[in-house]
Design a protein around this ligand. Structure first.
Ligand SMILES: [Zn+2]
Length: 215
């Protein structure tokens, strides 16, 4: 069982190929979007080391960490991500259609904004699924915890989509580059808003909120 995935990521320094037993898109797309926003916000270089540093902060299996060259039977999901020097992101998600025995592209992003929009869409769909499950079984307490965790990530995903929509952000490699481009004092930025400062000061960490909903 499981929902097995391979995620191949080309960073600016190297390419990694990673296996994850539970790798379905309703988690993987929002989780990878969070890593991308975390790295942008904290001025991290777009390297495999930055990704590993992020995994160290979450350490909950929410993103793939296990390097693999091997073949995994019953693979269901394949993610191909490339990240350029300036944080340009392309993202392709393929799903194996068991009936057709064929891989189909389910989602493609050409930039960070498209990835963030899809993260929101995935979280909204997941939220509807959990809300329906609660309606069908009001006594299932863990669904309430799931719902709270999804709401938390949805709130943050909408904020970083707002950040990405600011003029100058899509072309920037990191937050410092963005502010340098219009010569502001970061805490008195005319483009930034107080609400965005909140998320930039404490960028999303999946582990922060999800601990209670893991069991
Ligand atoms: Zn600024």
């Amino acid at each position: 069982m499981g929902s097995r995935s391979i995620t191949k990521i080309t960073f600016t320094d190297t390419t990694v190929r990673l296996y994850l037993h539970w790798g379905s898109p309703e988690y993987q797309i929002p989780n990878m979007a969070e890593f991308i926003f975390w790295a942008w916000t904290l001025d991290k270089p777009w390297t495999a080391d930055s990704y590993r540093a992020y995994l160290d902060t979450v350490s909950d299996g929410s993103l793939p960490a296990e390097p693999t060259d091997g073949f995994h039977g019953d693979l269901e999901h394949y993610y191909r991500i490339t990240i350029g020097e300036n944080g340009q992101v392309t993202y392709v998600y393929k799903h194996l259609n068991f009936d057709a025995e064929d891989w189909a592209v389910e989602f493609q992003a050409e930039n960070r904004a498209e990835l963030y929009d899809e993260a929101i869409r995935q979280l909204e769909a997941h939220r509807r699924w959990v809300a329906d499950a609660i309606e069908a079984n009001p006594k299932a307490v863990h669904y309430e915890q799931d719902l709270a965790a999804i709401d938390h990530h949805l709130h943050e995903a909408r904020l970083y989509a707002q950040v990405e929509a600011l003029p100058g952000v899509p072309a920037s490699a990191c937050q410092s580059d963005f502010h340098a481009e219009h010569s502001c004092e970061r805490d008195q930025c005319s483009i930034w808003t107080p609400e965005l400062t909140e998320i930039a000061d404490r960028p999303p960490r999946r582990g922060d909120h999800d601990d209670g909903s893991q069991d």
